[in-house]
Design a binder for this molecule. Structure first.
Ligand SMILES: Cc1cc2nc3c(=O)[nH]c(=O)nc-3n(C[C@H](O)[C@H](O)[C@H](O)COP(=O)(O)OP(=O)(O)OC[C@H]3O[C@@H](n4cnc5c(N)ncnc54)[C@H](O)[C@@H]3O)c2cc1C
Length: 488
């Protein structure tokens, strides 16, 4: 057993890491560094019951060996949910908190100390065989191993940056259920992915007229489930071992994707063209995809989870050049299916569009200006539109992790070089040793591209915790040897 493991960040990923560490008896002490509430992160902190998870409850267990844990938890609270339901997001945050408190009590009964430090970690320094974590207040904590679970950083486009502190310009994550807007306000939502969809749903309830704009002008596709409903015949797992799945040849990215896509339509499933809509107009495509989903013709959705797992495994074996090629294909073609929206959200969007309260367009913003109480957005095609408010949902970027002289720097730094991750997700601190610092969840996105959801992250965590469990305790500082050192 290790003496201490530090978990940095406790959104869904960090909470799952704590639960795995505590249940597997990996360390005598687990220090969790999270400035906010356990299990919230950007994704699950909303208390608005209208904001639903984008993934079904059967894909949201925090525990790799208990896939039904979230559904069982909800049943335990008396919610009559089915595994396919996309439940309000606050319930997932509540689940994270309750499982965290549960393992804390159980761990304490076994003499394992689990502590939540409400602080950000700013650096992790190699200290002999172990590590010293430094927090924003200057406190230092020792650890034998570290799991980095910092999620992604919200990205603000240059056109918005000068206005970040203005009241009429709001990030989607800060949009409350009762957005203070004039009656019939005209609102620009920048972005067209899942966070933008949430923003439109929230704004739609307050009676706003919304223009959604993004460079792709593409909405997420529509799904009703993430797993096959009965037998897994034709599942992608059956492909493991095929030469094009096992290949490490850099020229194989397209072949790999083509092979996977062929599987979506094989095995008695409809031709792919009957599972998808290629309508050019985003609202007509939405309408068609709702129909396809309601008629149960979108079989592609059943392979989403396997697709993510197989693709991540494949890419971990590939050199960076393949990674880049593949990412272009994923972003352009596949991401709207991997990150599809639940049909209930799709219908809310469609009814807003049909009521003339939502337009979706392909546009690139070039300049935002304030004119009195209103905002003028100039577009790349030279046109200009006026709005009462602007909401931006412009995506996320992996957090900055730079490495300098055996020290990992977290947050904005110019020093050092971007930290490299190995295939087993260890962070290279530039020392001549196998480090015990692992990046998991969305902060591993520079190495593992499809870590969008809990279902993709939990197996990663389980693997890393198994590795930690197998490690011999190296002689290093830890609980029982020295108490944390505080620096003013
Ligand atoms: C709006 C939205 C909706 C989503 N809906 C779903 C869904 O329905 N289903 C699903 O599976 N996935 C969903 N996701 C994806 C979701 O983000 C991930 O599945 C999941 O939350 C994992 O995120 P995370 O814990 O890695 O990161 P986050 O949730 O971002 O958590 C990271 C945490 O790390 C903390 N942190 C950051 N830096 C430091 C530091 N230096 N020191 C200490 N702490 C730090 C932050 O305070 C934060 O709490 C959604 C994402 C978004 C944005």
């Amino acid at each position: 057993m290790l003496r201490s493991v530090a978990v940095v960040g406790a959104g869904a990923t960090g909470t799952s890491a704590v639960v795995h560490l505590a249940r597997c008896g990996v360390a005598q002490r687990i220090d969790v560094f999270e400035p906010g509430a356990i299990g919230h992160g950007d994704a699950f902190s909303s208390t608005d019951p209208a904001l639903l998870c984008n993934t079904s409850a059967d894909s949201m267990s925090l525990m790799a060996d208990r896939p039904d844990d979230f559904v069982d938890y909800l049943h335990g609270l008396g919610f009559p949910v089915t595994p396919l339901d996309c439940v309000p997001r606050y319930l997932f945050a509540q689940y994270c908190r309750d499982r965290y408190l549960g393992v804390r009590s159980a761990a304490s009964a076994l003499g394992v100390h689990l502590q939540h430090h409400r602080e950000k970690v700013v650096s992790v320094a190699g200290a002999g065989p172990g590590y010293t974590l430094r927090t924003g207040s200057g406190a230092e904590w020792p650890a034998d191993a570290v799991m980095l679970c910092m999620g992604m950083d919200a990205w603000t486009p240059p056109v918005i940056r000068p206005f970040r502190s203005y009241s009429g310009v709001t990030p989607a994550s800060a949009l409350g259920p009762a957005a203070a807007l004039p009656h019939d306000a005209r609102v620009l939502v920048l972005g067209s992915r899942l966070s933008a969809v949430d923003a439109v749903i929230t704004l739609g309830r307050s009676g706003a007229r919304v223009q959604m704009a993004s460079p792709s002008g593409t909405l997420p596709s529509v799904r009703t489930r993430m797993y096959p409903d009965s037998s897994a015949s034709g599942s992608l797992t059956a492909l493991a071992g095929h030469p094009w799945v096992e290949t490490t040849d850099a020229g194989q990215a397209e072949r790999f994707v083509a092979g996977l896509v062929r599987c979506l339509a094989g095995h008695g499933r409809p031709h792919l063209r009957d599972q998808l809509s290629l309508a050019h107009d985003p609202v007509e495509r939405l309408r068609a995809e709702i129909t396809i989903a309601e008629e149960g013709r979108n079989f592609w959705q059943e392979l989403t989870v396997e697709f993510i797992a197989l693709t991540n495994e494949w890419l971990l074996r590939q050199p960076p050049a393949v990674w880049q090629d593949f990412w272009v294909i994923v972003e352009d073609v596949l991401d709207r299916y991997i990150s599809a929206m639940p049909v209930s959200n799709a219908k809310k969007l469609l009814s807003l569009a049909d009521a003339g309260r939502l337009e979706v367009g392909r546009r690139r913003p070039t300049e935002l200006t304030r004119t009195g109480d209103r905002w003028a957005m100039k577009w790349r095609d030279g046109s200009c539109d006026h709005f009462d408010a602007v909401v931006y949902a412009t995506g996320y970027r992996p957090p900055s992790m730079r490495c300098s002289e055996g020290r990992l720097l977290l947050g904005e730094h110019r020093r050092g070089a971007p930290a490299a991750l190995s295939a087993d997700l260890r962070v290279d601190l530039g020392r001549d040793m196998d480090e015990r610092v692992f990046a998991v969840g969305q902060c591993s996105a520079t190495r593992v591209p499809l870590v969008h959801g809990v279902v993709a992250v939990v197996p990663q965590i389980s693997r890393v915790v198994r590795e930690l469990r197998a490690l011999p305790a190296r002689s290093c500082r830890g609980v029982g040897q020295s108490l944390p050192v505080f620096h003013p």
